[in-house]
Ligand binder design. Structure first.
Ligand SMILES: Nc1ncnc2c1ncn2[C@@H]1O[C@H](COP(=O)(O)OP(=O)(O)OP(=O)(O)O)[C@@H](O)[C@H]1O
Length: 237
């Protein structure tokens, strides 16, 4: 169970998050976090995982999340990553393993087995010797997911994973995410494409600095909510 209690975030003079309170009881769910540009979607994720210094607190199964970050797998937006470092796809996944086991520990045989399975699941085996800067946007996003899944967290947070990627990569990724959901993982995805959202998510959180709605995907994306949250004057989709 994920609980966010009384979360407020200021960056400088800007009040980015207003008293966010949220309880997601179930595991095994795909949740979309949606709202207009600048709504605070990425900031909410970063506040939940403790990267931003928000007031209030996030709890995972009743205990502060920041005391159990091994449970959390986070994939930031691609444009926040430094891709100039010349690392191959297969080695990049091993760095994902180190994030769980700790640096300088010997790599266990299981890690290589897991890496090869993830490369296969995300259809990356043929690309394993390429460096990250040689990949297309969709291939890179699949690598980021595979790398993140080297860690066995029960809570996954992905920030705009489907932006600017090809249809095939999106299909491969959504299949994997559905599989993870069926294994009981709670998956939060910051997302902006209204058209696919109903097909992807069980529930949707509409955010615009504060929570505007949290419920089933079809209710969340009612004409009234779209008008209220996305189409107000001064806000662009
Ligand atoms: N590191 C930062 N420093 C200063 N301001 C920031 C920082 N991160 C976010 N903000 C500000 O917080 C507000 C919300 O940004 P955030 O990226 O969380 O919104 P978002 O809903 O994810 O937007 P988008 O859909 O455009 O990615 C914006 O006004 C942004 O300028």
């Amino acid at each position: 169970m994920l609980q966010v209690k009384n979360m407020d975030l200021f960056i400088g003079q800007q009040h980015i998050l207003h008293d966010v309170n949220l309880t997601i009881e179930s595991s095994g769910e795909l949740i979309g976090i949606m709202g207009p540009n600048g709504a605070g979607k990425s900031s909410l994720i970063k506040s939940i995982l403790g990267e931003f210094n928000a007031t209030g607190e996030a709890f995972w199964n009743g205990k502060p999340l920041k005391q159990q970050l091994t449970q959390l797998t986070y994939i930031p937006q691609r444009n926040q990553l430094d891709l100039d470092f010349p690392i191959t796809v297969k080695d990049s996944l091993i760095t994902g393993y180190y994030q769980t086991s700790g640096w300088f520990r010997p790599i266990k045989k299981e890690a290589y087995i897991k890496r090869d399975r993830l490369l296969a699941d995300l259809q990356l085996t043929d690309l394993k010797d390429k460096t990250l800067n040689q990949l297309s946007g969709g291939q890179l996003q699949r690598v980021l997911l595979a790398k993140a899944l080297m860690k066995d967290g029960d809570l996954l947070c992905l920030d705009e994973p489907f932006v600017g990627i090809d249809f095939r990569s999106e299909e491969i990724m959504i299949q994997i995410l559905r599989q993870l959901k069926s294994e009981g993982k709670l998956i939060l995805i910051v997302h902006h494409d209204i058209h696919k959202a109903k097909a992807y998510f069980d529930r949707i959180l509409l955010l615009n600095r504060s929570i505007k709605f949290f419920g089933s995907a079809s209710e969340a994306l009612s004409d009234e909510n779209i008008k209220e949250v996305f189409l107000k004057e001064g806000v662009t989709l």
